[in-house]
Write a protein that binds this ligand. Structure first.
Ligand SMILES: Cc1ncc(COP(=O)(O)O)c(C=O)c1O
Length: 413
């Protein structure tokens, strides 16, 4: 087994095999100089809507654009409160603020790290009042209407959506799924609908195609999916300065369009996404098996039986993260932390007045989570080395040195 560095994410190898196809896409774009909008964007939108089992897809400039425009198109207005979780990338709350709303939080579920539906219900029951006449719920302390919820499908795994759909229906809330890390993730709905795909369950959903995502562009890109034709139409207006026809502006909008070349690249990569997601699932299963002998000082990702995660990240939990991450770094193994600061304690949200201890599960997770190398094509040799170094550093096994044969035998069971 060599000692070459193992990156946290290898974006180079995956693109090697796509070079020829990408050059043809560039040539096609140069031939027509159709760099913005046009058939390449429309074709990708159609394919991605189909992939997400959603009726409409609107390509935009980034995942942040997708969240912001979806919130505005869903009717979120200045002064509204939009509820999300503290354990997410800051783009979730930036988009809420940029839509004019005030972000508020409920804690996460301990094992999945995603929104705990029971905490959402508790928030609405304990902190809010239902106005029968207006059919809206108001935050008691601030008096602001709570109008939407943003469940974040984190690390490739969907939120437990059935109870969130029930709560949202009861309290007249819009649901905007943050699916930026969950392209192709699935959820088994007990509402009689069976397996559903991320991006098809809320009023709208936001996807990021940042290069490192399961479906990544070669630059910035994002998309909104929705089953609501009117909402899709409003997003189309908003992404293009509010114009329905060149220089005829119905509303004030944004520059939030998807590049044609990126749409072309994304469409080519989308054909591989199911296979890549399957490979990520295999990598995750191998990690699970190889770590099977570890004790409680290493907590593995939890996939409930209603979930089919696409493992955007493989996140473990350790008590002595600083030391373990340093050990892995010295062994040439890349890791990440997603995310080190629970957002209610992040500097831009000081004005919201939260304190340490307000969302204890998210706070504890933020101090213990560690993302290990995860990408399609991570080899058994590489994985064996990662596992050995992790086990060595958490000191959870007496015999810490798994050979490649041991590892592959462990994976055969
Ligand atoms: C959970 C989450 N939400 C939103 C975003 C924002 O996406 P983008 O970087 O494309 O704007 C990201 C991407 O990093 C994300 O991981």
């Amino acid at each position: 087994m060599g000692n070459e560095k193992i990156p946290f994410l290898d974006l180079v190898t995956v693109h090697r095999g796509l070079q020829g196809e990408f050059i043809e896409i560039l040539k096609a774009a140069l031939k027509t100089a159709g760099f913005i909008g046009g058939p390449m964007v429309r074709e990708f939108e159609q394919d991605f809507a189909e992939f997400c089992e959603s009726r409409f897809c609107v390509g935009v400039g980034s995942g942040t654009d997708a969240l912001r425009l979806a919130l505005i198109a869903a009717g979120i207005r200045t002064g509204d409160i939009v509820v999300t979780v503290p354990n997410t990338f800051i783009a979730t709350t930036e988009a809420i603020s940029q839509a004019g709303a005030r972000p508020d939080f409920v804690d996460i579920e301990e094992r999945t790290y995603t929104m705990d539906p029971a905490k959402l219900r508790q928030y609405l029951e304990a902190k809010c009042t239902w106005d029968k006449k207006l059919k809206r719920v108001f935050h008691r302390e601030t008096g602001n209407p709570v109008t939407a919820v943003v469940p974040v499908h984190l690390y490739g795994q969907m939120v437990d959506m059935d109870p969130i759909l029930d709560i949202a229906a009861q309290y007249n809330l819009k649901i905007i799924e943050d699916a930026c890390q969950a392209h192709g993730a699935r959820y088994f709905s007990k509402r009689g609908e069976g397996w559903r795909t991320a991006g098809s369950m809320g009023h709208a959903a936001a996807f990021s195609f940042y290069p490192g995502k399961n479906l990544g562009a070669c630059g910035e890109a994002g998309a909104i999916t929705t089953n609501d034709e009117q909402l899709a139409q409003t997003c189309r207006l908003l992404r293009d300065h509010g114009q329905s026809k060149k220089f005829f502006h119905d509303v004030e909008g944004y520059n939030g369009r998807l590049d044609a070349i990126q749409a072309g690249f994304l469409r080519a990569k989308l054909r591989h996404l199911k296979k890549w997601n399957e490979q990520r699932r295999e990598v995750a299963e191998r990690y699970n098996k190889m770590f099977a002998g570890a004790d409680g000082s290493l907590v593995l990702p939890h996939q409930p039986d209603w979930s089919r995660s696409v493992y955007h990240l493989y996140v473990v939990r350790v008590t002595d993260r600083v030391r373990i991450q340093k050990h892995l770094d010295e062994a040439g193994i890349g890791t990440g932390i997603h995310y080190p600061i629970a957002l209610h304690l992040a500097r831009p949200y000081e004005w919201l007045g939260f304190h340490p201890g307000d969302f204890p599960i998210a706070e504890q997770a933020a101090s213990q989570i560690l993302s290990l190398p995860m990408f399609p094509g991570l080899s058994l040799d590489q994985q064996t080395r990662v596992v050995n170094e992790v086990l060595k550093s958490v000191k959870v096994m007496h015999n810490t040195n798994l050979s490649r044969d041991d590892a592959s035998a462990a994976c055969d069971h």
